[in-house]
Design a protein around this ligand. Structure first.
Ligand SMILES: [Fe+2]
Length: 268
């Protein structure tokens, strides 16, 4: 049976505290730090660590800062996560969220394809060795903002995963966004070019729109969002599905969990 999880956020933590979360695990964003993780760990739910500190990017020249890695080690020790997941990397150093729901960088901060490829392979291997547990790298959502060049191409993504020797966290919203914003015929064609056989976890939410760009708004799922999930589950050895909602009201979390529970049970 595929496991089901949601992220720990300001609005989902009270549900965990109240014992109302009918999920198999919670996803803990490393950016939220060690002290908050200790609170979450008290409640006994399995914890999957996703991302390290916000300064950690595999494409950067040196993401392995001692303080970041010390905290990462402490978080992994507490969480006993079955795997560590983080983004495949970006294409600029630095890059950050500015105005929109995506990352941006200036043109002179854009790295070359060679630099991005070399850094991600070397650092991905080092991160997997550091973690001592499987590493899953997550695909990203393409926008023409200098932050997402090269890495959203299924060919390069597959090459990086292969060279690092790690697994895949497929963010289905990111894949749909990249397929649309990069001009692929449709999401399914894009997904078919991704390394489906290496996917162990899926992140799923409903994307939104900003003009003619699809954007990652982490909205609640609707019925038609399950079609692509079904395709992925039919073609990939998925072990866990995370409904990666942003902060929302408690009832929405509970409803979305129930809908996904029923969906996964019907497929089992
Ligand atoms: Fe994600």
């Amino acid at each position: 049976m595929i496991k089901l999880g949601i992220p720990m956020l300001k609005s989902s933590y009270p549900l965990l505290e109240a014992g109302k979360l009918n999920v198999d695990y919670v996803v803990y964003y490393g950016q939220a730090g060690l002290e908050n993780l200790k609170k979450v760990a008290q409640h006994g739910k399995p914890i999957y660590i996703h991302d390290l500190a916000s300064s950690f990017w595999l494409n950067y020249v040196d993401p392995f800062k001692p303080d970041v890695m010390d905290e990462a080690r402490a978080m992994l020790d507490i969480a006993q996560s079955p795997w560590l997941s983080t983004g495949i990397g970006a294409s600029a150093e630095p890059q950050a969220h500015r105005d929109g729901p995506y990352r941006e960088a200036d043109a002179d901060q854009l790295q070359s394809r060679e630099t991005v490829t070399e850094n991600i392979i070397a650092h991905g291997r080092r991160l997997q060795e550091f973690a001592g547990i499987p590493l899953l790298l997550e695909n990203f959502n393409y926008h023409p903002t200098n932050a997402y060049e090269y890495i959203c191409e299924p060919g390069l993504f597959s090459f990086l995963i292969d060279q690092i020797g790690c697994g895949v966290l497929l963010d289905l919203a990111h894949a749909r966004i990249s397929a649309h914003n990069m001009g692929w015929p449709d999401s399914r064609t894009y997904l078919e070019a991704m390394p489906l056989n290496k996917i162990r976890e899926v992140h799923i939410t409903r994307p939104g729109w900003q003009g003619d760009q699809m954007v990652d708004l982490h909205q609640p799922l609707q019925a038609d969002d399950f079609d692509l999930l079904g395709f992925v589950l039919d073609h990939a050895p998925v072990e866990a599905v995370t409904i990666e909602l942003d902060d929302t009201d408690e009832q929405t979390f509970l409803d979305q969990i129930n809908i996904m529970r029923s969906y996964l049970a019907a497929r089992a």
